[in-house]
Design a protein. Structure first.
Length: 360
């Protein structure tokens, strides 16, 4: 009797897990900005792994349950694998790596986590890699005080400390035409806009973003506005653009893919790996939230995830060259812009997008 009850409970549990996995796979297809729906698009690798486990468990059930569970989990696994496949080494890269050269530009971006007190670990990482461009996120007054001696080595520093986890610090030793904080939405999540020049005088734009994540009480309307504003900006400008930061969105999301198409951006992670940067304190729940994108006239030399510095994010580093002729031999053509993409961007209510457009 006890064995029979246990079998029934186990069978019910497998069915419940299978239904749950089907739901979290199908719900993100719903065109909504509800935070709990959009968050389901993050753990695609984890859903794939869970579906494999449920499919194996389902083999011990009786027919027809065994067949139904197997087919449902094959569908879940296939769809989730299809969404993340471009970010595995099995896919073809869309940006072949360039050789290092004197005009190479090194950049580090790091969400330091406002409550993190391992200041020296962050400073040591920056000093070791010695970036030409530095973007630090979640910086408050305490972080700024600790960083000042290191920041003094940079010729241009933009400071925007905030106590709401959305402060930022930008520093560079490159020639600067303009560097300032901009507000793309009205939710106290500033972005960074800079017009820089490489060591050989090539001009380019640098955008640093840190929109809000999909969490309880935070739907994705403002996050998507910021991301699409950066995409729209690149699409309207002939100058090379590099966009980096904690997008609080996974690389394979519909928003990120629309961002790439609209802005004509390329992603050096495609064909190389996830470079999952969050959560640095968890080995299983990690997602690629810290992004690096570049327009096709930028040649990427390297991209890497750096060591843990006490934050819930790993720092990210990249090296690139603003060399359109070289980039043309290494990069594939960006994804074509669809009419749906054009309508979406044209209809967006970008409260402060004129801040960017005025810089044309």
């Amino acid at each position: 009797m006890i064995a029979h009850i246990l079998r029934r409970v186990a069978s019910l549990l497998v069915w419940l897990l299978a239904i749950l996995l089907v739901c979290v796979t199908l719900l993100p297809l719903w065109n909504t900005n509800e935070w709990w729906v959009r968050a389901m698009g993050f753990p695609r690798v984890q859903i794939f792994a869970a579906a494999c486990a449920v499919m194996i468990s389902g083999l011990f059930l009786k027919r027809p349950s065994r067949l139904v569970i197997a087919l449902a989990m094959i569908g879940v696994c296939s769809y989730q694998a299809w969404r993340v496949y471009p970010y595995t080494p099995l896919a073809a890269p869309e940006m072949a790596l360039a050789a290092p050269a004197p005009d190479s530009i090194r950049v580090i971006t790091a969400n330091v986590q406002m409550g993190n007190t391992r200041y020296q670990d962050v400073i040591d990482t920056i000093e070791h890699y010695d970036p030409d461009i530095l973007l630090l996120l979640e910086t408050d007054e305490a972080w700024l005080a600790e960083l000042e001696p290191m920041l003094s080595r940079y010729s241009t520093v933009v400071r925007q400390p905030q106590d709401n986890y959305y402060g930022l610090v930008f520093a560079t030793r490159l020639s600067v035409d303009e560097a300032r904080v901009i507000e793309l939405t009205n939710d106290r999540t500033p972005s960074l806009f800079a017009r820089l020049r490489s060591s050989d005088g090539q001009p380019f734009h640098f955008l640093g973003l840190h929109p809000r994540p999909p969490i309880p009480g935070e739907d994705t309307d403002d996050r998507d506005r910021q991301i699409y504003a950066a995409a729209k900006f690149a699409a309207m400008d002939d100058m090379p653009v590099v966009a980096m930061g904690d997008f609080n969105d996974v690389a394979w999301s519909d928003t990120s893919q629309t961002f790439r198409r609209v802005g004509g951006y390329l992603d050096p992670r495609i064909g190389r790996g996830f470079y999952a940067s969050f959560d640095a304190n968890s080995w299983f729940l990690r997602f690629p939230l810290d992004q690096f994108y570049a327009t096709p006239d930028v040649a990427v030399v390297s991209i890497e995830r750096l060591e843990h510095v006490g934050s819930d994010h790993f720092p990210m580093a990249a090296t690139f060259r603003v060399n359109p002729d070289l980039a043309a031999t290494l990069n594939v053509a960006p994804q074509p812009l669809t009419e749906e993409d054009r309508d979406l961007i044209d209809d967006l209510d970008l409260e402060n997008s004129e801040t960017l457009e005025s810089d044309k």
